[in-house]
Design a protein around this ligand. Structure first.
Ligand code: MTE
Ligand code: MO
Length: 384
């Protein structure tokens, strides 16, 4: 069993698939902390977790005219400045289960917790590429940076993807070759000893157990770049799908979800007020500037309180414009609407480009169930 050496996991996680291991935390626990503890952080593995010996670990940096650069873990830690970024990571399949209910889609049935926020530390990819010989001549032809994991399928091909060179080389891009998560060595499930962190970009590009980096004029030819993680029209079915016609997902759209109360929860009418909680985030470093909440199915709206830190603690300092990589947690306490036996609670976020979430799923439905960012709705019963 290639999965027999997989690490232990926290029993509270909701498992979507055991082998490979895919799981997410219960929503109400997810938003209890601004920084997601690694045990609760969603785990999205396509293959068995590779066991990597940190002493013999080597990272290959290839594709540059000077030839390959080989770095040990110690090289990464000592030859490059350590940089720390708080960044939210979200799987493109987050909230797929709701899309699946509109019409069947193909993929793991994720709820709303295939997202997490962590403090990542490591070397900047930019610094490593500069040390490997990236310069003005390379900039003339280089368009993409490929990443390959050390996890391999039965045919021996590794998990791999690529990102645009501009994101990799931009001083404000904050792309990391991370060796720490929340101040500790990156745990096995999250890519020990080194993973790529591409803030603002879909989870799939944040390659774990990083073994190889290649600077190239072309996108990665891997399955995950070319035949997965792409968006399509609601009218496209499996007989018509042409993967070459759609670009690979990189920056994600604006997102929010309600974590408390849970769908189907019972609220006591004598409570008089109701507290609604959730998360909100946008891709590409765009900052969430507002979250609107409705307790009556969208007829009336109230503005939720946003925070970028733990409850009762000061907020983290605001990042410079264009580098808002971390989510905001939000909360609204409002009077319970009188006379209603059932409430439809809705949330929707707005980012600083005034991007908004679509109100329903059907216009954004797609056969892989990706990129569901429709208004999130939960129904609760009000009981005597
Ligand atoms: N990297 C490797 N090597 N193998 C993988 O299966 N999964 C990707 C990405 N990086 C994956 C990977 C996907 S689809 C996501 S959403 C994130 O890792 C999940 O990261 P996490 O498990 O740390 O939450
Ligand atoms: Mo993902």
């Amino acid at each position: 069993d290639p999965y027999s050496s997989d690490p232990e996991r926290h029993p509270v996680l909701r498992i979507n698939s055991k082998k490979p291991f895919n799981a997410e935390p219960p929503p109400e626990i997810l938003t209890e902390s601004y920084i997601t503890p690694h045990v609760l952080f969603f785990k999205r593995n396509h293959l068995p977790v590779p066991q990597v010996d940190p002493a013999s670990y080597r990272l290959q940096v290839e594709g540059l005219p000077r030839g390959a650069l080989t770095l040990s873990l110690k090289d990464l830690k000592t030859r490059f400045p350590k940089h720390t970024v708080t960044a939210t990571m979200q799987c493109a399949g987050n909230r797929r289960s709701d899309m699946n209910q509109v019409k069947e889609v193909k993929g793991l049935n994720w709820g709303i917790s295939a997202i997490g926020n962590a403090k990542w530390s490591g070397a900047r990819l930019r610094d490593v590429l500069l040390a490997a010989g990236f310069g003005p001549d390379v900039a003339k032809w280089a368009r993409h940076v490929h990443f390959e994991g050390l996890d391999k399928d039965v045919t021996g091909s590794a998990y791999g993807t690529s990102i645009p060179i501009n994101k990799a080389m931009n001083e404000d891009g904050d792309v990391l070759l991370a060796y720490e998560m929340n101040g500790e060595d990156i745990p096995a499930d999250h890519g020990f000893p080194v993973r790529v962190v591409v803030p603002g970009v879909v989870g799939a590009r944040n390659v774990k157990w990083l073994g190889r980096i290649v600077v190239s004029a072309e996108e990665s030819s891997s399955h995950w770049q070319q035949y997965d993680y792409k968006g399509f029209s609601p009218g496209t079915d499996w007989s018509k799908v042409d993967h070459a016609s759609s670009p690979a997902i990189q920056e994600l759209p604006v997102q929010s979800a309600i974590t408390v109360p849970a769908d189907g929860a019972q609220i006591d009418r004598s409570d008089e007020t109701l507290t609604v909680k959730g998360y909100a985030w946008s891709g590409g470093g765009r900052e969430v500037v507002r979250v609107d909440v409705s307790l009556d199915g969208g007829k009336t709206w109230q503005v939720a309180q946003l925070r970028s830190g733990d409850k009762g603690q000061p907020d983290e300092p605001s990042p410079p414009p264009g580098r808002s990589w971390a989510w905001k947690l939000w909360e609204l306490t409002a009077p319970l609407p009188p006379d209603a036996d059932e409430l439809e609670i809705i949330c929707k976020a707005v980012d600083n480009s005034y991007n908004v979430q679509p109100d329903t799923i059907p216009p954004i439905w797609n056969l892989r169930g990706l990129l569901n960012n429709a208004w999130h709705r939960v129904k609760v019963k009000v009981t005597e």
